[in-house]
Write a protein that binds this ligand. Structure first.
Ligand SMILES: O=P(O)(O)OC[C@H]1O[C@H](O[C@H]2O[C@H](CO)[C@@H](O)[C@H](O)[C@H]2O)[C@H](O)[C@@H](O)[C@@H]1O
Ligand SMILES: O=c1ccn([C@@H]2O[C@H](COP(=O)(O)OP(=O)(O)O)[C@@H](O)[C@H]2O)c(=O)[nH]1
Length: 928
């Protein structure tokens, strides 16, 4: 195959980790040199100072911060390492960030005037921390703009902030954002289950919401496509845009597309309840790189793809027909410097003073959450109530400040939550409050950045009790602002942050109100030494694992994933050049077509796999005509070479005029004649009973696995069993076969992707082929050599020796098969061709000799193996080149595999059908 092992290319391609380590080093040294450059800067303004200066100068801090980010002040240094444009200027990679929400929400002030306010939420906070790229942000401005004047004016206002709007009308927002995103995906991904469909009005059924979701995603894609320039990196964010990678790749398969999920990805058992589960997974898999906050979420995603879609999960990601979607964990961080520096600002200091005064003599606990059911606000307040109940001495000495930012207020579940929280807070304040003080201060609003930083800095304990949370940046921000006070973080074990801040925090199960109450007591009573130790640990994490690091790592892995895919593609043989294969076929005089059966000529089955249907192999109904036509051509010999047993081939191909080679060529029959065996005479089959016991044992213990007892092999198949259990069982089985009592038997154990096969040693399709050829040549009384070979199949690695058997490009030395290079006068200078000399007195004798060579234990004679099968009598001695094959006339083709020895590939049996139809049409007498 071009570019495969025969090329002997010894160039060293650095592996993925090697490449990523290099990029990381470059990034680090670039940062050092950047800092040095900045320090040497004559006006002395380094980037953070510049930011701070702007903060001081600008009342509207948030918008200026957005501006600072979007102006790409620090530009794309990382990826520009070593890359200069021809004009010597550094290459700047553009990053298109695509998220449902823009970092600013628009408020209409007049027909053509708009003001912009920063959007609240973890995604916005994190991405604003990313300053290394020349970024454009594409998203929805959070407002319906039906008129053209308004749209134009808003587009212009946003363009100044390097934001590009996607205009979604009210109905779409209702069905896509409030409906599918926030009423279906959001609760499902946070383990809150799906809403009952009958609770929704008919216009809000799953179907219509999903249709709106797809439509909205296409609208985002249209805007990206409009602004995309070659070389850009497109980074899609979150559950709102799971369809986007697919839409983008359909438009331009070369686009570098990454997708990152900010929420948890739930266990596959939860995801599989979603009616559109498969479509969504496939759409995400169109991306080059898929990222999650934690390894757990990544693992759940891969497992959903293997269990629901039946794809292969590998340590790198998910593989579908040779294409890999890389899946990995990229824990997000915050721009810690921004918080640390903000604490020094006079307005923040003023806030801090005020707060200290206000809560003098009391310990202050803080909760900052969007008012969302995933944040566990009711559970938090109930735990606080329990704490007050059990610790009367603390009642007038502690206060809980709960900032509950209103969010998704159009969704009924969120409205209900607001009332529920108000009710509980009222009850507790009524119960424990005094005339002058209440234990809970509950605010239904957001705070500005400075007020938030001040709160983070003065409070003694932060209480994060999310029932599930993708990461939870509030916990990071709290730690960043606590370097003076060293407050305690109580953190839900169900927040992604628990994996990174778990060492320093007190981890709790938020559902266990008693445990949380105890954690509150522990935090309030903690010694300063312990607080310091815990804080130090988490502070180190928060200040090193920043939002910048997160984005740089993601984008550099995305770039690298594309490089890796290109390297992989180079190793993948090209698609079968069908036109050329047909042309060469028409020009040749003695053609041999070797066709596999299973997954080559079989009827397509539903992707999920219907076990009963699939186990009964059926030839593709559309192949009837082309096969009949091709078989009737006297210049063409067709052999179906399969692992299946004789009955299966009889049932499927009995009506055609062709050769059937069952059990990997151990039995051969021309359809007009009897079955004969080409089996080596002394093939040892004494192991069969022992292996059968082993297979029975594993089949009994592995639901939905089955085994097939053939005459020369046994196959245990676990394709329909639980994939992970099946693999474990296969491992156990293989261990036993390799090391147990039958390990010395003369067998080969062949591992398929979801099967284990045990065969007599030396039995392969390649080993059988010259015996088969001998019989065919003899039976057809062939006198002219075969000058065209087409060999197509979905073969196990071990059987791919049938591809190499005919390979004119291969040196003949060292091959276990009898082949000679053509040396006759027909050979032209520089011409490569394969030839096969049949020189033994009978093909069967030659075959059995070879089988003996490859299996030292095969001296025991095979007896009565097949009743009713005749061993062919010796054909008369023939000694001539039966094969005279120019490389241009050899077409080996793997079906549905990309790692192969074949020269070419085809994707599926459907492609074979189209090709054979075309071939038969071209060869039919009417088209001549
Ligand atoms: O824009 P909204 O619908 O009002 O919601 C705000 C954001 O909430 C979610 O944030 C998540 O991202 C954070 C950063 O990665 C993470 O720390 C947090 O755990 C997540 O809940 C949502 O994923 C965003 O899309 C929303 O913008
Ligand atoms: O009044 C507020 C309350 C919160 N936040 C920000 O909202 C984000 C919340 O992110 P988190 O990851 O904790 O949860 P999410 O809301 O994204 O689910 C944090 O960056 C907070 O600083 C804010 O800007 N103003």
């Amino acid at each position: 195959m071009p570019g495969n092992k025969y090329n002997g290319n010894s160039n060293h391609f650095p592996g993925r980790v090697e490449r990523l380590l290099r990029v990381r080093e470059l990034r680090k040294s670039s940062r050092v040199s950047h800092l040095n450059d900045s320090a040497d800067n004559c006006n002395g303004i380094t980037e953070p100072f510049e930011l701070e200066q702007r903060v001081r100068e600008d009342d509207n801090f948030s918008v200026s911060y957005v501006e600072q980010f979007l102006e790409g002040a620090a530009a794309a240094r990382v990826l520009s390492e070593g890359c200069e444009r021809q004009d010597g200027r550094p290459f700047r990679q553009r990053l298109l960030v695509v998220a449902n929400r823009l970092p600013v929400s628009a408020v209409r002030r007049g027909e053509d005037s708009w003001s912009l306010e920063i959007s609240v939420g973890g995604l916005v906070s994190a991405l604003l921390g990313v300053k290394e790229f020349e970024a454009r942000w594409i998203g929805w401005a959070g407002v319906n703009v039906p008129d053209e004047i308004g749209q134009k004016a808003l587009t212009k206002a946003l363009a100044e902030k390097r934001c590009i709007p996607v205009f979604l009308d009210e109905e779409i927002v209702h069905q896509y954002y409030n409906g599918y995103c926030n009423n279906i995906l959001w609760p499902l991904f946070h383990y809150l289950g799906l809403p009952q469909e009958d609770r929704l009005a008919t216009t809000r059924s799953f179907q219509s919401q999903f249709a709106a979701y797809k439509k909205a995603n296409q609208m985002f894609a249209d805007v990206v496509n409009k602004h995309y320039e070659e070389g850009d990196v497109v980074w899609c964010h979150d559950y709102h845009l799971m369809f986007l990678p697919k839409c983008l790749k359909e438009y331009n398969s070369k686009m570098k597309v990454g997708w990152f999920l900010h929420t948890p990805f739930p266990s596959s058992e939860i995801h599989r309840t979603l009616p559109s589960r498969s479509e969504l997974l496939h759409a995400v898999l169109a991306a080059d790189l898929v990222g999650f906050h934690t390894y757990d979420y990544a693992r759940h995603f891969v497992s959903a793809c293997t269990r629901i879609l039946g794809l292969e999960g590998t340590p790198e990601g998910v593989e579908d027909q040779g294409r890999l979607t890389r899946v990995a964990a990229f824990p997000i961080g915050i721009d810690s410097v921004r918080f640390i520096r903000a604490l020094e600002l006079p307005q923040v200091q003023d806030h801090i003073k005020e707060l200290k005064e206000r809560f003098k003599g009391r310990k202050v606990m803080l909760g900052v959450d969007r008012l969302d059911m995933i944040k566990g606000i009711p559970q938090k307040i109930l735990a606080f109530e329990k704490f007050l109940e059990e610790n009367a001495q603390w009642r007038d000495k502690v206060v809980l400040l709960q900032i509950a930012v209103p969010t998704r207020t159009d969704v009924p579940e969120y409205q209900k939550l607001t009332s529920q929280v108000h009710e509980i807070v009222g009850r507790i304040n009524g119960r424990f409050g005094t005339l002058t003080a209440v234990p809970i201060h509950h605010l239904d609003r957001s705070l500005d950045f400075h007020a938030l930083c001040a709160l983070y800095a003065v409070t003694d304990v932060a209480l994060v009790t999310s029932l599930r949370d993708g990461m939870n940046l509030v916990s990071y921000e709290y730690v960043a602002c606590q370097d003076a006070k060293k407050g305690v973080l109580i953190l839900s074990e169900f927040a992604g942050a628990a994996q990174s801040l778990g060492a320093g925090a007190i981890l709790v199960n938020p559902w266990n109100v008693t445990e949380v109450a105890a954690a509150i007591a522990q935090a309030l009573n903690m010694s300063s030494e312990e607080r310091e130790k815990r804080h130090k640990h988490n502070f180190a994490h928060v200040t090193t694992h920043t939002a910048q690091e997160w984005a740089e790592t993601f984008v550099s892995e995305l770039n690298d994933t594309v490089v890796e895919a290109q390297l992989r593609t180079r190793q993948v043989p090209p698609l079968l050049p069908t036109k050329n294969a047909i042309e060469r076929y028409l020009q040749s005089t003695n053609r041999l077509l070797i066709l596999g059966f299973n997954a080559t000529l079989t009827e397509p089955v539903d992707r999920k796999g219907d076990q009963i249907k699939e186990m009964e192999l059926k030839v593709h109904p559309e192949l009837k005509e082309p096969l009949t036509a091709l078989c009737s051509d006297p210049k063409t010999t067709i052999v179906v070479l399969s692992g299946s047993d004789r009955n299966v081939l009889d049932d499927n191909f009995g009506e055609y005029d062709m050769w059937l080679a069952a059990e990997n060529g151990m039995f051969l029959r021309i359809t007009k004649g009897e079955w004969m065996t080409t089996m080596p005479e002394h093939l040892n089959m004494e192991w069969v009973d022992s292996v059968k016991h082993v297979f029975e044992y594993f089949t009994e213990r592995t639901p939905r696995s089955h085994f097939e007892l053939r005459e020369t092999s046994l196959v245990w198949n676990y394709k329909y069993a639980d994939v992970e259990f099946g693999r474990l069982q296969a491992r156990d089985m293989l261990q036993h076969l390799w090391t147990g009592p039958i390990s010395n038997a003369s067998v080969d154990v062949v591992q398929g992707s979801r099967s284990v096969e045990v065969r007599a040693a030396g039995v392969t399709k390649g080993a059988a082929i010259d015996r088969i050829l001998g019989e065919i040549v003899h039976s057809k009384s062939m006198r002219a050599p075969i000058d065209y070979v087409l060999c197509i199949g979905h073969f196990l690695g071990k059987d791919e020796d049938v591809f190499t058997f005919f390979e004119p490009e291969l040196p003949s030395e060292g091959m276990g098969i009898v082949r000679t290079k053509a040396t006759d006068g027909l050979k032209l200078p520089g011409e490569r061709r394969s030839s096969l000399k049949i020189s033994a007195s009978k093909s069967g004798t030659k075959s059995s000799q070879r089988a003996q060579r490859s299996s030292p234990n095969s001296e025991k004679k095979i007896t009565n193996l097949v009743s009713g099968s005749a061993r062919r009598p010796s054909p008369e001695k023939i000694s001539w080149n039966v094969l005279d094959l120019k490389k241009e006339n050899y077409f080996s083709c793997a079906v549905g595999r990309t790692r192969t020895n074949a020269r070419f590939t085809l994707g599926s049996p459907d492609d074979i059908v189209s090709f054979l139809k075309e071939l038969a049409d071209a060869a039919s007498p009417s088209s001549e």
